[in-house]
Design a binder for this molecule. Structure first.
Ligand code: GSH
Length: 302
């Protein structure tokens, strides 16, 4: 079976969501450590400009956004408990809320002044200003991830209180087995728990902490390190794409932040029926398919 190649970086919460999911599903993967800031010259030939982290590569196909990546992994492993049919709306919408609103709140909480000193991204002034400039460019044209700290702290406290109460009654958020909602909430709390200056603030929520530890124990599955060049080579050497009827040249872009578009021919791909899929060519690797979830993205003819 084709290798799962995760393009990610260690400090990225959304990458941690997928690393943890790989561990839970016991799926082996190769992991490419991408730079935390642009440029990413060994990744852009594959994504065609999409720059959010992480992306999953399988041969010459790229899956963007962890909502889609999670479904691809669940289907590859045959797991049916991550997306329980009788709880579909509750589970998937809680996951979407955590990946959007809760994530914005934790970004504000994680980057509060008292937590900056131990953040490796801010180890020196040059690194800090390069990071800030990169994320300003990333957020151009959108409201970005800005939530005032005082608002974020108030919301975080209320949500932690409700998670803590629910997790006092229940092993995972929806019962005895983790669903995709657990992974979406997990990576947000992981981002806070990782900051030594903030870890003590979580002590008021012991049931949530017990759950966080249970999620962490899934590990990351069997992983091998792969370089960006090796990943490009995997794409270039992968079998060609099956014949696909090509539609209009179109552009896909996120609806919230990270508005760097990807352009290609819109195609319907039978094995990823719920996605916006674009076929594009790259001089280094040839034909590439780039897939996005429909929720959270828009597709417009160019
Ligand atoms: N909805 C996206 C969000 C991904 C996201 O915001 N990732 C952050 C890192 S955790 C990012 O892209 N930051 C900018 C960057 O890495 O260039 C997903 O689920 O994949």
């Amino acid at each position: 079976m084709d290798t799962l190649i995760l393009h990610q970086y260690a400090g990225s919460p959304f990458s941690e969501k997928i690393r943890c999911l790989l561990g839970f599903l016991n799926l082996p993967s190769a992991q490419v450590e991408i730079p935390v800031i642009m440029p990413r010259p060994l990744l852009m030939p594959l994504t065609g400009g999409y720059r959010r982290t992480p992306v999953l590569q399988i041969g010459r196909e790229i899956f963007c956004d962890t909502a889609l990546i999670s479904k691809v992994l669940a289907s590859r492993s045959g797991n049916t408990q991550l997306y329980p049919k009788h709880l579909q709306a509750a589970v998937e919408h809680l996951a979407f809320w955590a990946d959007t609103f809760l994530f914005k709140v934790v970004v504000s909480v994680a980057f509060q002044p008292k937590a900056l000193a131990d953040n490796p991204l801010f180890s020196d002034e040059a690194a800090a200003s390069a990071f800030m400039a990169d994320r300003a460019a990333f957020s151009e044209g959108s409201a970005g991830l800005q939530i005032p700290l005082e608002v974020a702290l108030g919301h975080f406290d209320i949500w932690m209180t409700t998670f803590n109460r629910q997790l006092e009654q229940s092993r995972y958020l929806f019962g005895d087995h983790p669903t995709i909602a657990d992974f979406s909430v997990y990576h947000c709390l992981w981002f806070i728990a990782e900051r030594p200056a903030l870890a003590a603030d979580l002590e008021a929520f012991p049931h949530a902490l017990r759950w966080l530890a249970a999620m962490k124990q899934w590990g990351h599955g069997q992983t091998q390190t792969m370089s960006g060049n090796e990943a490009l080579e995997v794409a270039a050497k992968a079998p060609g794409l099956p014949p696909l009827s090509e539609g209009q040249v179109s552009k896909v872009v996120a609806i919230d932040y990270g508005l760097q578009p990807v352009t290609g021919s819109a195609v319907v791909v039978p094995h990823v029926p719920e996605a916006f899929s674009l076929k594009r060519q790259d001089t280094a690797v040839g034909d590439v398919l780039v897939h996005f979830p429909k929720l959270g993205f828009r597709l417009d003819p160019v």
